[in-house]
Design a protein around this ligand. Structure first.
Ligand code: PMP
Length: 432
């Protein structure tokens, strides 16, 4: 059902105004509310790729918790495991206690994810969110190398706490800090200047040049696809070059897989496509599989130089998240994600976007797997397209430095029919 089919008293107000919401949101919640604040609906239940508001309107969810719901809302297998666990009075909050839920998660992660990929990472539970994972990664890199500087990339997004924000390449988000941040040096991301970034020779020359003032950095932090930055896709060979540079220069490579990990681009870790093994990896969002807060920082064993308690936090032992994560890994990754069929589904969206670009102009397409972006030449048109799509029953958000990209992050479990339905709405909205 789309909004057009609804009786007028259920249609709500115009998206983007926030009108039509219960007044408590305006009177009590801070103005800082951002993502999804323009959707004038109060949501209540959700299943698979669908989310329902209090008036009974159903929306196809191509936002999926900003990539936290790779297996959709309330997946029945995960839900059953969670209900069963709670029903048996399983521990919910465990800090760093050894619990059965944590043990089983670790065993499954080793068996299903690490061992088949020959990865020998130590696993740290840095806190509940992606930002916590990034903070731990930055701290560890600096502690392990005894060096201070971090290299980040244009348009990068790594989180909103002081360290993570320091390596976020978005002036608007950085301005939110109000005062200058911890020092980090941005490098141009692949294709940032419109052409191919040939190699990193210039960077090595700067490192060797005593006049450059650049200290050897502790680490480089990179996303293989920049989600918040506007679905900027790095070529695997560029990522490989970067990894080689880091190893040549004894600089740690951190891959931030908070959004692109857990299969978003196809393989479980997005860096698998480039055939590299980063020194440190950050994982969060879809790792619980159920939208529960959970994060991991993975690092090579020799980097495990933390002393007990050196990176603490109350909400690290989210046992229900361990339970759903274990079942999600078994269910979706025992066959290495084959059944999810992510590359083919992504291609379906890519083909539709390419066809749209050829037909109407003014838009182009970028993407990999099931992160797909429709880039508008006129940045004002991307939020407008999202607004029309919302009115017709599709949730999609914008990204990019000027919000010029409609970014699709549907659940990986989405069906072909649902993709077709969503594309129909979005393509129609973009044409308008
Ligand atoms: N890194 C990346 C690549 C992200 O996309 C995000 C969230 N959008 C974060 C870090 C921060 O994660 P969180 O919002 O869970 O703290």
């Amino acid at each position: 059902m789309t909004i057009a089919d609804l009786p007028s008293d259920q249609k709500g107000e115009k998206p983007g105004t926030g009108q039509g919401l219960p007044s408590i949101f305006a009177s009590r919640e801070s103005e800082v509310r951002s993502y999804c604040r323009g959707w004038p609906a109060t949501f209540t239940t959700a299943k698979g790729a669908w989310i329902t508001d209090t008036t009974g309107r159903k929306f196809l969810d191509f936002f999926a918790g900003a990539g936290s719901l790779n297996y959709g809302h309330n997946h029945p297998v995960l839900k059953e495991a969670l209900m069963d666990y709670i029903g048996k009075d399983g521990i919910t909050h465990g800090l760093d206690m050894a619990t059965v839920a944590k043990q089983e998660f670790l065993e499954t992660f080793e068996e299903v994810i690490l061992n088949p990929r020959n990865l020998d990472y130590k696993v740290q539970f840095p806190g509940p969110t992606g930002t916590n994972s990034v903070e731990a990664a930055l701290k560890l890199a600096r502690k392990a190398t005894g060096r201070e500087a971090i290299i980040n990339f244009t348009n990068a997004f790594h989180g909103m706490t002081l360290g993570a924000l320091s390596v976020t390449g978005n002036s608007m988000k950085r301005a939110g800090a109000g005062i200058p941040l911890v020092h980090a040096t941005p490098m141009p991301y692949d294709n940032y200047f419109g052409g191919v970034t040939e190699d990193f020779q210039w960077f090595e020359r700067v490192l060797d040049d005593s006049g450059s003032g650049m200290n050897r950095p502790a680490a480089v932090i990179v996303e293989t696809v920049q989600g918040e930055g506007g679905v900027n896709v790095a070529r695997p060979e560029w990522i490989r070059e970067l990894a080689l540079l880091c190893s040549r220069r004894d600089i740690l490579l951190i891959v931030d897989d908070v959004q692109m990990g857990c299969g978003r681009t196809g393989p479980f870790f997005s860096f698998e496509l480039a055939g590299i093994t980063p020194d440190i990896v950050t994982i969060s969002k879809s790792i619980s599989g159920y939208g529960l807060p959970m994060a991991l920082t993975l690092f090579k064993s020799e980097l495990d130089i933390w002393g007990p308690g050196e990176h603490n936090g109350t909400f690290r032992g989210n046992n229900p998240a361990f339970v759903t994560s274990k079942v999600a890994l078994e269910t979706f990754w025992s066959d290495n994600g084959l059944e999810l069929d992510t590359p083919r589904k992504g291609q379906k969206i890519a083909d539709a976007f390419e066809a749209l670009a050829n037909e109407v102009g003014g838009v182009k397409h970028r993407g990999r797997g099931l992160v797909q972006g429709l880039v508008f030449d006129n940045p004002e048109l991307a939020p407008a397209a999202c607004e029309i799509a919302f009115n017709n029953g599709l949730l999609a958000e914008t990204s990019g430095p000027s919000d010029e990209v409609v970014k699709l992050l549907p659940p990986l479990t989405i069906t072909d029919e649902e993709i077709d339905h969503g594309l129909e709405i979005l393509v129609d909205a973009a044409k308008q």
